[in-house]
Ligand binder design. Structure first.
Ligand code: HEC
Length: 314
């Protein structure tokens, strides 16, 4: 169902690329779209270099852009983790024919951007940028993102914007989109080239997860998987194999719902883990108790499946 929905979305976009104002800013003025629509706002990257938004960052390029603030503890970390997977899947195409930009919405300093990149273990060719808040708000709006209150950092727009400036095609996706889908949008749809990553159905099949449509599995895929695996080793956070058995149930459930508060309370287990994971604070993803119970059930089920499976390993 999911791949079909994905291709349906592609087909709709391909045939009506200007139908949705949210997805295609300035769709009416396509002929003079290029130089006139986007300004040459000056931004500074993580190394303090000045760049112009239109000429240096997006002109004639296929790009992925998102907006964060570096002290964010809810959705920006997930956004960043998702884009980190996109970066890994794109490999050396990134910085060559596809470009990724993360722009600070509250004027973070280049030093703060560099610290953020270290925390998230960001590889090369993904630029982090900063500019005065009013300039960034303007860019967000021009990219079709709704900004109700620029000072409401927590409520900020966490969509990821994908676009091909030359063909004037722009798409908006949520932080919960699978990184594989983002890569396909960037390569197959926006850039019109072959993907260099395996179809995700293949990777799910290989992982034995193809039939798992439970709510816990869905939540895990969209909220947790970019930072955690179950039995495939550490990612940005620890491997979660066996954690449902090794942690006390009340601790585990509270940690998944409000890790930020447990970190603020200096929970000893939390602080010990953070020290091992570059001080990356696990984000509060706003999950309900019922969703958390489904997630823990999913962790248990995966442990049981792994225990029952013949040991041929990964
Ligand atoms: C942005 C990355 C990120 C996301 C998204 C994320 N986590 Fe974490 N998680 C971490 C990090 C990092 C740690 C280690 C503790 C720390 O540094 O805060 C952690 C720790 C944990 C632990 C404790 C592991 C142990 O060994 O005790 C559990 C359980 C956990 N996460 C579950 C989840 C679940 C479930 C989700 C999805 C709802 C999720 N996490 C989403 C980064 C993330």
């Amino acid at each position: 169902m999911k791949p079909f929905a994905f291709f349906l979305a592609i087909a709709l976009l391909a045939f009506a690329p200007v139908a949705d104002a949210q997805q295609t800013p300035a769709s009416q003025s396509r002929p003079q779209y290029h130089g006139d629509y986007f300004p040459n706002t000056i931004l500074h990257d993580q190394d303090g270099r000045a760049v112009r938004f239109y000429d240096d960052l997006i002109r004639d390029k296929v790009v992925a852009i998102n907006f964060v603030y570096t002290t964010c503890t809810d959705i920006c970390p997930l956004d960043t983790a998702q884009l980190r997977r996109v970066q890994q899947l794109l490999g050396d195409r990134l910085g060559r024919d596809i470009f990724m930009y993360t722009i600070s919405i509250n004027g973070d300093s280049p030093e703060a951007l560099r610290r953020f990149m270290r925390t998230y273990d960001v590889g090369p060719n993904w630029r982090f940028l900063t500019a005065p808040q009013a300039d960034v708000t303007r860019l967000q709006r021009l990219l079709g993102l709704r900004v109700d209150d620029p000072n409401d950092l927590r409520g900020h727009n966490t969509s990821i914007v994908l676009g091909n400036e030359r063909t004037a095609q722009w798409i908006k996706r949520s932080a919960y989109e699978s990184p594989q889908n983002l890569v396909e949008l960037l390569t197959v749809f926006l850039q019109n080239s072959a993907p260099n990553a395996p179809r995700r159905s293949q990777s799910y099949a290989a992982a034995g997860l193809i039939a798992d449509n439970s709510r816990g599995a869905y939540l895990f895929r969209t909220r947790c998987q970019s930072c955690h695996s179950i039995g495939e080793g550490d990612r940005l956070g620890p491997d979660l194999a066996g954690v449902a058995a090794s942690r006390p149930p009340a601790w585990l459930s509270r940690w998944i719902r409000e890790p930020d508060r447990m970190i603020a309370e200096r929970d000893p287990s939390a602080l010990a883990m953070m020290a091992r994971y570059r001080n990356l604070p696990m984000p509060n993803l706003g999950l309900s108790e019922a969703e958390t119970a489904d997630l823990i059930e999913h962790l248990r089920t995966q442990d049981q499946r792994r225990a029952a499976a013949p040991a041929h390993g990964h």
